[in-house]
Structures are given as structure tokens and as C-alpha cells.
Design a protein around this ligand. Structure first.
Ligand code: CA2
Length: 167
């Protein structure tokens, strides 16, 4: 009786694992941090004229070519970004993140990215190393597998190509 129950539990766990594996391999989390909701409306000389909606659409379309879904999240709030990253642990295969200003300040976001144990691609539209000194350091870069900056919106597409080839 105990054995049968035990076997049932194992079967359920095996099914759950199979399901989680399938889902995990087919979804990327795309995270954009504070003020990136304003993309395309101001400072086009630095950030270009592409809107965040354009970026989310092109990332989604490109990922779909490789059989991946995309969950897109933008928030101006650090805790909401941490929550979105934590939620990806069980159902995403990788994370593309532009942490925006939190790149330079947030140990919490870096810790969340470490804790989910997923490959992380960090994207910056501008070349942060050619800008003010305070933008030269990113806490996220230390936990990201790949970092791309200065390529504009195309940087997100490079990140998709990296992650789908990686997972
Ligand atoms: O170059 C990037 O992608 C940044 O992550 C953008 C952040 C900045 O703090 C980082 O140093 C580099 C700022 C995003 C602000 O986005 C705006 C977009 C349009 C208008 C105003 C702000």
C-alpha cells in the first residue's frame, strides 16, 4: 500500500518534471526597468526612436521563430522587478534584462537574478561606458552570462539569439 502510494507520487513528480521541462525550454522573460516605458518619446539621440512596444513585439517575433514564447515585463519599481525575476525560476529558460538605472544601484535585482539560476543576458541601448562615470558599473553584469550595450534596440535581438542558442 505504502509502495503503491509512493509509486503514484513518483509518477506525478515525473509528469510534473516533464511538464516543467517543456515549459522551461520554451519561454524567455524580457525585463525592462524604470523609465524604459518612455522609450521613443524623449531623448532619441541617446535611446533611439523605437518604442518599448516595438521592442517587445520584435523580441516576441524573433523568439517565436525559434519556438520560444516571451513574457514581457516593464516596471518602474525595484520590488516588482525582483518579483518578476523570481517568478521566472519555474517556467522560463532564460532572462533578457535591461535594468536601466537599477543596473548601477540594485544589489536586490542582482541577487534575484543569481537566485533563479537561469542564463541572463543584460542589454543596454546606449554604450554605458561612453557615458557618465556612474553608469560604468553594473551590478547585473557580474551575474549576467552576456552583456551587450551600445547596439540600440538591436541589442535585444542579439540577446534572444544568444539565449535560444544557449538553452
Ligand atoms: O542604455 C540603456 O539602456 C540604459 O539602461 C538606460 C537607462 C540608464 O539609466 C542606463 O544607464 C542605461 C535609462 C532609461 C531611461 O529611458 C528613457 C527613455 C526615454 C526617455 C527618457 C528615459
Amino acid at each position: 500500500m505504502t509502495r503503491a502510494f509512493g509509486a503514484g507520487v513518483l509518477a506525478v513528480q515525473a509528469r510534473a518534471r516533464r511538464y516543467r521541462t517543456e515549459v522551461t525550454e520554451r519561454r524567455l522573460l524580457l525585463v525592462n526597468g524604470p523609465n524604459l516605458n518612455l522609450l521613443g518619446t524623449r531623448q532619441p539621440e541617446i535611446y533611439g526612436s523605437t518604442t518599448l512596444a516595438d521592442i517587445e513585439k520584435s523580441v516576441t517575433a524573433l523568439a517565436a521563430e525559434f519556438g520560444f514564447e516571451v513574457r514581457a515585463v516593464q516596471s518602474n519599481h525595484e520590488g516588482a522587478l525582483v518579483d518578476a525575476i523570481q517568478a521566472a525560476r519555474t517556467d522560463c529558460a532564460g532572462i533578457i534584462i535591461n535594468p536601466a538605472a537599477y543596473s548601477h544601484t540594485s544589489v536586490a535585482i542582482a541577487d534575484a537574478l543569481t537566485s533563479v539560476e537561469l542564463p541572463v543576458a543584460e542589454v543596454h541601448l546606449s554604450n554605458i561606458h561612453r557615458r557618465e562615470e556612474f553608469r560604468h558599473h553594473s551590478y547585473v553584469s557580474a551575474v549576467a552570462e552576456m552583456v551587450i550595450c551600445g547596439a540600440g534596440a538591436a541589442g535585444y535581438e542579439y540577446a534572444v539569439r544568444y539565449l535560444v542558442g544557449r538553452v
